[in-house]
Design a protein around this ligand. Structure first.
Ligand code: SAH
Length: 352
């Protein structure tokens, strides 16, 4: 196993080798993977932890993903949509707090047309030319992605959710398609975005085999960003009674992803901070290097419930950057105030 850890990132591992690493999980193997992941990350990004201000712009969604609390079919979800003014106020507030990346995330809300988003992007980029804007608004057409990029968006997060076709079909209703999801990722890259994919750890039906497929995809696609966090059940979804994913496996996978793809920007996600009080720190210690505190208006935070008990206060809130800074300093990391762009391959790992 140690031999495989050693070779990760030096040559492409096969699906079988990736499966062995996943099935071979033990706490001591995970410690070894984390130790190596931290060393590799240090070479590329030093001790920097990048922060992104997350603005949840709408919980209205036309999709019905079985795992998600804001799915269309959840009648108990109280819906909201921020106005452009609300969003610009969040940016203003976030800028003052030191954020230089704003992440606009939401359900697939048809009110956010290309026209509206392009207008909003132009406004944000005019007011804050030193900031990056990341979008996380789901599946759109190739033309739409192209327009959003031209209007100034820098990055796009679209988790692939699972790289196994059959598993994908058990997480989503008919009408949502695996091929379409991956078409979007390719189009995003072609449009010039820094692209993020990712998946939930412990989603119903996930196996060592589907996880190996996820790692294989990441190793091959080499996304600039990769969001992984534990699945957490939401009471008003078909997966209400399914168990949550574990912190341990999430952290181990963070380490493996860092080893397979040293330059990736890897968040310690809110979901990880939700399943364990010290989840964010454990994610960073496993090889993550990004945190995304919540900048949404208070009212939106409580309504953007992808899963139950989602954190949005304390160190998860943007207001508490100082607290986050202290928590990261305690484990030897420095929260930095800059855009925190992806470092290109070749300039970094192996060469610094
Ligand atoms: N509509 C956008 C944003 C989705 S929310 C899109 O399609 O990309 C962002 C991510 O939250 C999803 O990609 C999913 O991986 C995660 N998520 C949704 N429900 C979850 C749950 N119950 N537990 C953990 N993560 C969840």
């Amino acid at each position: 196993m140690i031999r495989l850890l050693e070779q990760a990132g030096k040559r492409p591992l096969t699906k079988e080798e990736l499966r062995q690493l996943i099935e071979g999980y033990t706490p001591s193997l995970a410690d070894e993977a984390a130790r190596r992941a931290v060393a590799v990350r240090r070479q590329v990004y030093g001790d920097a932890v990048y922060i992104r201000g997350l603005i949840e712009i709408s919980n209205i969604c036309k999709n019905d993903c079985y795992y998600c609390g804001i799915r269309r079919g959840n009648a108990a979800c109280e819906r909201y949509r921020l106005s452009d003014e609300d969003i610009l106020l969040c940016c203003e507030h976030g800028y003052a707090l030191g954020f230089r990346t704003f992440v606009l995330q939401g359900g697939e809300d048809p009110a956010f047309t290309d026209e509206r988003l392009c207008g909003l992007l132009t406004e944000i980029k005019t007011r804050y030319p030193d900031c990056a804007v990341t979008l996380s608004l789901g599946e759109r057409s190739r033309e739409s992605y192209r327009r959003l990029k031209l209007a100034g968006a820098d990055r796009y997060l679209l988790r692939h959710e699972t790289a196994d076709r059959r598993h994908y079909e058990t997480l989503h209703p008919q009408g949502m398609s695996y091929d379409e999801r991956f078409r979007c990722l390719r189009d995003l890259r072609e449009a010039g975005f820094q692209v993020g994919c990712g998946f939930m750890v412990g989603s119903p039906g996930q196996t060592a085999d589907t996880l190996a497929q996820d790692l294989l995809f990441i190793q091959d696609f080499r996304p600039e960003m990769c969001g992984i966090g534990p699945f957490i059940p939401h009471r008003d979804t078909p997966f209400a009674d399914q168990p949550a994913g574990s912190v341990e496996l999430t952290c181990y996978l963070l380490s493996l992803i860092r080893l397979l793809h040293p330059t990736v920007l890897l968040p310690a996600t809110t979901a990880l901070g939700t399943v364990a009080e010290d989840g964010r720190e454990r994610g960073i210690k496993a090889g993550a290097n990004v945190v995304m505190p919540n900048l949404s208006p208070a009212d939106a935070r409580s309504k953007y419930q992808l899963y139950n008990n989602k954190l949005s206060t304390g160190a998860e809130s943007a207001e508490a950057v100082e607290l986050l800074r202290q928590r990261m300093a305690k484990i030897g990391y420095t929260v930095v105030t800059d855009r925190g762009d992806h470092k290109k391959e070749g300039l970094t790992y192996g060469n610094v």
